[in-house]
Design a protein around this ligand. Structure first.
Ligand code: URA
Length: 236
């Protein structure tokens, strides 16, 4: 792909703006030698204003989603995309969240511009476990783990029962829930179905991936090792 198109697709500007950046000498190699629009160089050999380029198409990012942000691009309130440089919203192909977390759910959220990868992650066949830590408004009754594991729990307005899900009780108001599906408001609706109410919900793991030391609002690109962890198993 020609350099102007490649850089414009990463959201740095229109093709016209990127052509101007070349003429201004802002696009260089790592040694500071000015590059020209028809040079043939690899992605990692390009600098803009001395900074490496954003990851190429096919990227997968992990965000520690804070409370109060929605996973939509249209919401009038705060959206997760605001937590990235504005050019990330101008990329082609576009960056999307891999599934959604509710506005008030915190924790591990993946984003990608790779549609095939997105489908592979969310497809029920992949059986990628998502682990949620829930704080509850009422004491657990004691029968929730059995009900969630039964594979027979039918949520209101759903046609098919939920796949078996594992619940580990931490104490009377705290539990760890492992889901392999991603139905609408699933964790909150599951606890509502057993007479409880979720006060806070935090996703700690997707597959074998966890947030590591990412603070709320921080994000990082994922590499091949992370991908192996994503499709691997969460810790026992
Ligand atoms: N289940 C929910 O209820 N909300 C989320 O954000 C994720 C899973």
């Amino acid at each position: 792909m020609r350099l102007v198109k490649l850089i414009a697709n990463l959201g740095y500007g229109s093709r016209k703006q990127v052509a101007l950046m070349f003429r201004e000498g802002r696009i260089t190699d790592p040694q500071g030698e000015v590059l020209y629009a028809d040079d043939k160089v690899s992605h990692d050999q390009i600098r803009i204003d001395n900074e490496p380029l954003d990851p190429p198409a096919g990227m997968l990012l992990m965000l520690h989603k804070p409370a109060g942000y929605t996973c939509s691009t249209k919401d009038p309130g705060a959206v997760v995309y605001e937590l990235f440089p504005p050019r990330y919203l101008q990329r082609s192909p576009v960056l999307s969240t891999v599934g959604r977390l509710d506005r008030d759910t915190t924790g591990l959220l993946l984003l990608t511009d790779d549609g095939a990868l997105l489908h592979r992650i969310v497809h029920p066949k992949s059986q990628i476990a998502k682990i949620y830590a829930a704080t509850l408004a009422r004491d657990l009754r004691g029968d929730e783990a059995q009900i969630f594991a039964s594979g027979e729990l039918l949520l209101e307005s759903e046609k098919s029962p939920l796949a078996p899900a594992a619940l580990e009780v931490v104490d009377s108001r705290h539990a760890r829930l492992t889901l392999t599906e991603g139905r609408y408001h699933q964790a909150r609706r599951m606890f509502a179905a057993v007479g409880n109410h979720v006060e806070t919900l935090h996703r700690s793991h997707v597959g074998g991936l966890d947030l590591g030391d990412l603070a709320p609002g921080q994000w990082r690109p994922l590499d091949a090792n992370d991908m192996d962890r994503l499709f691997g198993r969460p810790p026992a």
